[in-house]
Write a protein that binds this ligand. Structure first.
Ligand code: HEM
Length: 585
């Protein structure tokens, strides 16, 4: 990364912001750190700090991007560790930076807000980076801006036009991913689709996934699996309703999408094993924060020379990989013996279309190794479980807060499903335009992947009169774009009607052609699991509102639902969503 930064052209006079002189900057930085430390000292006398909000902003920013919850000793460590290194580094770095003059006089970088030395803009990014980045873009009026988070240059995209430039016009330049140590270890290289850098391997793996695993036909063939899994959830909710008990809605939805992923990956027979499904769920829960978090040495690469932090991350990742290996190898071995027996008997049976089986049958054609196979399977778990479950949970919350919308949705679903039919089938969904509008509105207002996955520029590229250099992360703030009043009427309101015929966004879809609405992104890296996710969400939401009315637990009101969230590749609410189901009378 240091190499890449060195290649960055410097700002020209027209875009350069006044920077403090090297000494003043260093002094400022030390003052900021002393202030931060004293805040920790003063506060830690009163409380043991278990949440990130209690920390001063620079720590919160680091923590959010590191993806860790901080305890007080960790906060001290994070702050103290870099100080002497930063001081030495900064005094040498400032001299060297002065020597780095523009490589091409006409390279005009995207504009940047004023930055601190060493930290760059890191201190401006809070625990919800998509919110801080939206505020920064608004304050300075930059729809495309260049930030420096520590030593890492990052371009932030905050308008439909800029998103279109990155995801369509110059897609071929921005379709790579930055290196991630965790992905390298847990995802075998990475050899999956989501984290693999752009190149021939990624192209082939993505082709395999889109033509064999996540096709429309495959999504349709899993229809009965979805209906069965939905019935299981409805039975659990029915029991709770009978007993007047509270249900943990997030947990139910997480199990549903996990079990669906298990069904797709290993087929009906293996996925009946509850222990196995729980093992998958636990592993996904343990791996996601590490995979979604950034890690501190990416911001301060010179710390990598000491290797302490990366050793910790590496050790954690290797432990996780061993656990995944054990589980996936066992499953693939089982499938392999079945696959061979079936091939010998030339007698394809009902289990021949689960994802493991499909991958085994194309392994020669695509030259897949065992590790490639495991990595590609892992994408189904990391791409499909948290995303769909969180969208559903957010939708339920919005419906609880907007009883008008809830009633209208229930009326639509209840009027279409024949009387006496307990479970809404996928065939019933056809006429449910309002249900679709509700899901779209939830994807807009409560986007669960607010910055998409990081893109990475493979070459320097001119975008709207500025130059984005090679080797830069590009974060597309689709959350901000989705609630920007320049492009949406009543942008902060939950109004599904906007997506209905005659509504202000009636023609806006999520397939990647409307750059003000990008829940699944657009271009080469667009989500290949879109149909898979939508099918699961539609049938589940219809069933949740069909047989049940939902109430808050005794003594609670909808305004008590705690909306605070934790940042990650997929956003999570911190608190459980507990609701009481009532059987419809
Ligand atoms: C509501 C559900 C879902 C949402 C909101 C969602 C959203 C996204 C987003 C925003 C990206 C990143 C695109 C980019 O970086 O430009 C992505 C990528 C991806 N998603 Fe999804 N996703 C969902 C469901 C699924 C499902 C069910 C699967 C698989 C079964 C899946 C598999 C993937 C994969 C493999 C990628 C990486 C594509 C690439 O890098 O080439 N997703 N998804």
């Amino acid at each position: 990364m240091i190499m890449l930064c060195r290649r960055l052209p410097r700002h020209t006079a027209s875009t350069e912001h006044p920077m403090p002189s090297s000494r003043r900057g260093l002094l400022l930085l030390l003052l900021a750190m002393v202030a931060s430390l004293s805040t920790v000292v003063i506060r830690s006398r009163d409380s043991p700090f278990t949440t990130m909000e209690a920390y001063p902003p620079p720590i919160v920013a680091l923590a959010a991007l590191v993806g860790e919850r901080l305890t007080a000793p960790r906060a001290w460590l994070l702050l103290l560790l870099p100080v002497p290194i930063l001081v030495a580094r900064y005094s040498f770095g400032a001299k060297r930076a002065r020597k780095m003059r523009p490589q091409q006089a006409d390279d005009r970088l995207p504009p940047s807000p004023p930055a601190l030395p060493v930290l760059g803009h890191l201190h401006l990014v809070g625990s919800l980076p998509h919110v801080s980045l939206r505020n920064l873009a608004r304050k300075h009026g930059h729809d495309l801006m260049l930030l420096r988070l520590g030593a890492m240059p990052v371009v932030i995209v905050s308008s439909p036009a800029a998103a279109q430039a990155v995801l369509r016009t110059h897609d071929h330049v921005f379709a790579s991913r930055p290196h991630s140590l965790v992905a390298e270890i847990v995802l075998y290289g990475p050899s999956d689709v989501g984290f693999a850098p752009h190149g021939e391997y990624w192209r082939q793996a993505r082709k395999l996934v889109t033509t064999h695993l996540l096709t429309v036909k495959k999504v349709q063939s899993l229809r009965h699996a979805r209906e069965e899994e939905v019935s299981t959830v409805m039975a659990k909710i029915g029991e709770a309703a009978g007993a007047g008990a509270v249900v943990d809605v997030g947990d139910l939805l997480g199990s549903f999408t996990n079990d669906l992923a298990c069904r797709g990956v290993m087929g009906k027979t293996s996925s009946r094993n509850e222990g196995l499904r729980k093992l998958f769920r636990q592993l996904v829960v343990d791996t996601s924060p590490l995979l979604g978090g950034f890690h501190v040495e990416e911001f301060f690469p010179f710390l990598a020379r000491f290797g302490v932090l990366s050793r910790v991350v590496r050790a954690k990742s290797e432990r996780l990989r061993r656990r995944w290996d054990e589980l996936l190898d066992r499953l693939i071995d089982n499938h392999e013996s079945k696959h061979e027996a079936m091939a010998a008997a030339s007698d394809p049976k009902e289990e021949d279309d689960d994802f493991i089986h499909v991958l085994l049958s194309v392994r020669q054609e695509y030259g897949l190794t065992r590790e490639h196979t495991k990595a590609i399977l892992l994408d189904v778990f990391f791409g499909g479980i948290d995303t769909a479950a969180t969208v559903l949970e957010n939708t339920v919350i919005e419906l609880m807060k907007e009883p008008r919308v809830m009633k209208k949705l229930q009326a639509e679903v209840r009027s279409i499903v024949p009387k006496g039919q307990e479970i809404v089938s996928e065939a019933d969904l056809n006429g449910m335009a309002y249900l679709r509008a509700v899901i779209k509105e939830s994807l807009r207002l409560r986007n669960v992947t607010p910055l998409l996955a990081p893109h990475f520029s493979m070459a320097s590229c001119s975008v709207d009169g500025v130059v984005v250099p090679a080797g830069v992360r590009v974060l597309i703030n689709v959350w901000a774009i989705g609630r920007d009043p320049r492009f949406w009427e009543d942008a902060e309101e939950f109004v599904p009607e906007r997506f209905l015929n005659g509504g202000s966004a009636a023609d806006v879809g999520f397939k990647g052609n409307d750059f003000q609405f990008l829940p699944f992104s657009a271009g080469r890296r667009q989500c290949p699991g879109m149909n898979f996710g939508i099918a699961a969400m539609e049938v589940m939401l219809a069933n949740l509102v069909h047989r049940f009315d939902w109430e808050m637990p005794a003594g609670k009101e909808t305004r008590d639902i705690d909306m605070s969230e934790e940042f990650g590749l997929v956003m999570h609410r911190k608190e459980k969503l507990l609701l009481v189901p009532k059987l419809r009378v």
